[in-house]
Design a binder for this molecule. Structure first.
Ligand code: FPP
Length: 264
């Protein structure tokens, strides 16, 4: 049985099969998502922005379940950036209480589905009730062997790099590390994604073509898929399109494509 599933009527287990257009052997191991467009989705419907974020939670639950059912090992999402504090106080407060409500409500089902949840970012600046819930969710799901779900919260890519550099410098000053030995592997081991590795695919919704300070180191060789769909509308066909797009790419990691054998 696939390790994740939705619980349907009569507690029957419902697993979404991988669409037949996708090659099960060429799926990304790690998908990262910039979930953008909640506000515009709400504006277009003359709804408060908060309703866009609530609809965004539904899209996130849908996407996490599909990724889990289809055998993706890691999903990393950008929930709140270090820059998002500059939004109107009302919206920031709403987002913080939304994170709390969702965590409280979903923890049990995430755990049942064997999801391992982790929060990446400067968590000590978050409201203390949210920090407590984050600690609880991380501890309760730590030993799960299903999809690893990273929620970037109060996350900034530059800040992550600066903190990694500080930690390495401190180790060097204390005599625990020879600066000449610092290489890409040692540097990456100081990043918040040390246990998840780099995303193979980045999906960004709502059409913007920017990284917005997201996973600046980790996205160096990721394939990028941008869709005009607003995040709350992102569904199974959009995830399928993103994966089809990914499977159409030849990943060269800076090398050259292998030449086909010469016809003699
Ligand atoms: C970007 O849309 C979205 C966000 C800043 C918030 C994303 C958060 C969620 C989807 C909820 C996640 C919940 C949990 C528990 C992880 P925007 O507001 O920037 O949209 P706009 O660009 O159209 O204004």
């Amino acid at each position: 049985m696939t390790r994740s599933s939705a619980i349907g009527a009569d507690n029957e287990v419902v697993i979404s099969p991988l669409p037949r257009v996708l090659d099960p052997h060429r799926l990304p191991n790690h998908i990262a998502i910039i979930m953008d467009g909640n506000g515009r989705w709400a504006n277009e419907r003359r709804l408060p922005r908060a309703m866009g974020h609530s609809a965004g939670v539904d899209a996130l639950k849908r996407t996490l379940r599909l990724c889990s059912d289809w055998g993706i090992n890691v999903l990393t999402v950008y929930a709140f950036s270090t820059e998002n504090w500059s939004r109107p106080r009302e919206e920031v407060n709403f987002l913080m209480s939304l994170f709390e409500r969702v965590l409280k409500k979903e923890l049990q089902s995430l755990n049942l589905k064997k999801v391992r949840i982790d929060f990446l970012g400067d968590l000590d600046q978050l409201p203390s009730r949210l920090q407590d819930l984050i600690n609880e969710a991380t501890e309760v799901t730590a030993k799960n062997n299903g999809i690893c779900f990273n929620v970037c919260t109060n996350y900034g890519g530059r800040r992550e790099l600066v903190l990694a550099a500080q930690r390495l410098a401190l180790k060097a000053v204390e005599g625990d590390l020879d600066p000449n030995l610092i290489d890409e592997n040692i540097f990456a081991s100081e990043l918040l994604t040390a246990n998840s590795g780099d995303p193979d695919l980045l999906i960004r919704t709502s059409g913007e073509r920017r990284l917005s300070n997201f996973l600046l180191w980790q996205l160096a060789y990721s394939e990028i898929h941008v869709t005009d769909i607003y995040w709350p509308d992102f569904d199974v066909k959009d995830l399928t399109s993103a994966l089809l797009d990914y499977q159409s790419r030849t990943r060269r990691f800076g090398g050259v494509e292998p030449m086909p054998p010469n016809d003699i």
